[in-house]
Write a protein that binds this ligand. Structure first.
Ligand code: BDR
Ligand code: CA
Length: 326
């Protein structure tokens, strides 16, 4: 039986890869919905991208819903330098004519989860700031019992990428992240510790770019932007952070991790957005309330990650010049 998943995203180049990985894995994953949130770009832009991507990748049957404009406190700070002005680098996807199923993602998600069968459970897969997920848990607290786990891209046990301490998704909305990490729902944290090990090399990007297949070419154009962005100048590997969530679900043998207690630093602290990770048990021993055990991924098999990712993108190519969900 495929696993029920819900993808909450801000596409975003690596979010686009995550959607592609899910579209190519429909034998293992039932994608119940895709919601958007302001993060990499404004909510308007990432929602437009999500609609176009879902048509392009053969996910026309999956509802796309629009979520929070920005974090609970403050505003979105678009990552133009990493994802470009549209959010998808140099790639311009066709308008597939798909329309939003709702302009209120939280309400739509809450109702969809409520309406699931008695024995059904769902895995939430946020690859963006956790604003929608926190609002969902506050608005529909009773749906918690239907949420089997949250497999998220965010956080770091080591250094950050938005600040020396904080990873971008958690840094964008630490208050929301604190709510989610304290929810008691089992969490798998695909943070920078593992996602920095997962990506494609320049030569692989060039091969995608030179391909005549529209899906491969489009992903080559997205990655080309990463490689040309100032923050990537000296790097040989373009990290595809968000795809780790989906590959963890479909191919868990690629990854290793350990259980940690994770505390999110929020408020006005200098380390705002930091995810402080301590081996499980340590916080309880120090007398601080634990109860937010998180499985933190820390190792990946890069050659296998690349092989499976490229094979899945290839699987999406169809002879008619469009993507096909498989
Ligand atoms: C995360 O931040 C965003 O820029 C990416 O899409 C990813 O979700 C990596 O820190
Ligand atoms: Ca993202």
């Amino acid at each position: 039986m495929p696993l029920n998943i819900w993808i909450d995203c801000d596409p975003g180049i690596d979010d686009a890869f995550a959607l592609a990985m899910a579209a190519a894995s429909r034998d293992k994953l039932r994608i119940c919905g895709i919601s958007t949130v302001g993060g990499n770009q404004t909510c308007r832009k990432v929602t437009e991208n999500a609609l176009r991507l879902s048509s392009f990748l053969g996910l026309a049957d999956v509802p796309v819903v629009k979520g929070a404009e920005g974090p609970i406190l403050g505003d979105v700070k678009p990552a133009d330098d990493v994802h470009g002005d549209t959010g998808l680098g140099n790639c311009r996807l066709p308008d597939g004519g798909k329309e939003l199923a709702s302009e209120n993602a939280v309400l739509y998600m809450g109702r969809s989860i409520e309406n699931m069968g008695e024995d059904e459970r769902i895995t939430l897969v946020p690859t963006a700031p956790l604003t929608n997920i926190a609002l969902l848990l506050k608005t529909f607290p009773h749906v918690k019992e239907k949420i089997q786990q949250i497999v998220l891209m965010g956080g770091s046990a080591g250094s950050g990428n938005a600040t020396p301490y904080a990873e971008f998704n958690i840094w964008t909305d630490p208050e929301a992240a604190a709510i989610v990490f304290q929810s008691g729902i089992p969490i798998v944290m695909c943070g920078l510790d593992v996602t920095r090990q997962c990506g494609l090399f320049r030569s692989q990007m060039e091969e995608l770019l030179e391909s005549r297949g529209p899906v491969k070419h489009a992903f080559g154009e997205m990655l080309e932007f990463y490689f040309n962005s100032p923050s990537y100048k000296k790097r040989s590997l373009a990290c595809i952070h968000d795809a780790v969530t989906i590959l963890y679900l479909t191919d868990p043998q690629l990854f290793q991790g350990s259980y940690m207690d994770v505390e999110v630093v929020w408020g006005k602290a200098e380390e705002r957005g930091r995810t402080v990770c301590r081996p499980s048990g340590q916080m309880a021993a120090a007398g601080i309330s634990a109860g937010n055990r998180v499985f933190v991924l820390n190792q990946a098999d890069l050659p296998e990650f690349q092989r499976i990712l490229l094979e899945k993108i290839d699987r999406l190519e169809d002879k008619n010049g469009n993507g096909k969900g498989v």
